[in-house]
Design a protein around this ligand. Structure first.
Ligand SMILES: Cc1ncc(C[n+]2csc(CCOP(=O)(O)OP(=O)(O)O)c2C)c(N)n1
Ligand SMILES: [Mg+2]
Length: 193
């Protein structure tokens, strides 16, 4: 862990604070440890865990947001995932779904595969999103600010990006217990209407 990360909260702590503010909103979670941690903290049928495919969670969330304009759609993403699927930022910025909140847990590493550094320490991803056309973007470093900004984003028209700087700590979370067809079936059922 880099020394300046010492004061940051963990992704699991940040995720728990966000999930406390959510009930039955669709949440699409990127592959790797973020999905495992979300599954451990709260396994809801409205969670879509993207198993394996990196960079795709916000693209799925965009489709859901466009198809379900009356639901607030959230995606939980990682810095490495955002860098891999950066084109999606432009599509979101161009289509401007009002009901789209993109949460990025930025630990500055590909944590799931062994903490190889990404480049999010020098490329501010929320500024890339803003330049692409996101309406609200915020970068936060602690729990109070993330709760404050996320509550505000739930009330504002988006698209919004909340980038949370987190440390590299990983919760002992195990694997997601549902297989992809089951995740898809129960998610589609849960977001009907
Ligand atoms: C196309 C592709 N390349 C590589 C991987 C392996 N992989 C799985 S998760 C991951 C890291 C994701 O990084 P980030 O989004 O920052 O999340 P973190 O692991 O830090 O929580 C990698 C490289 C993959 N699943 N798919
Ligand atoms: Mg990361």
């Amino acid at each position: 862990m880099r020394p300046e990360q010492g004061t940051l909260i963990s992704r699991a702590q940040a995720m728990a604070a966000l999930l406390e503010l959510l009930t039955d909103q669709p949440v699409i979670i990127c592959n790797g440890f973020p999905s495992r941690e979300a599954h451990k903290i709260a396994d809801r049928p409205t969670h879509f865990y993207m198993i394996g495919s990196m960079g795709n969670a916000p693209a799925i969330a965009l489709g859901v947001a466009l198809a379900k304009p009356n639901k607030q759609v959230i995606t939980f993403d990682g810095d490495g995932n955002v860098l891999m699927g950066m084109g999606t930022l432009a599509t979101v910025g161009a289509l401007k779904p009002k009901n789209f909140i993109h949460v990025v847990f930025d630990n500055e590493v590909y944590g799931t595969t062994g903490n190889q550094p990404t480049i999010s320490n020098v490329v501010p991803l929320e500024k890339v999103a803003k330049a692409a056309g996101y309406v609200n973007v915020e970068r936060v470093l602690d729990r109070d600010d993330l709760v404050y900004e996320f509550k505000a984003m739930l009330k504002q028209d988006g698209p919004s990006m909340l980038l949370i700087k987190v440390n590299e700590f990983v919760e002992d979370a195990g694997r997601v217990l549902h297989d992809p067809p089951e995740i898809t079936r129960r998610f589609m059922k849960a977001i009907q209407g």
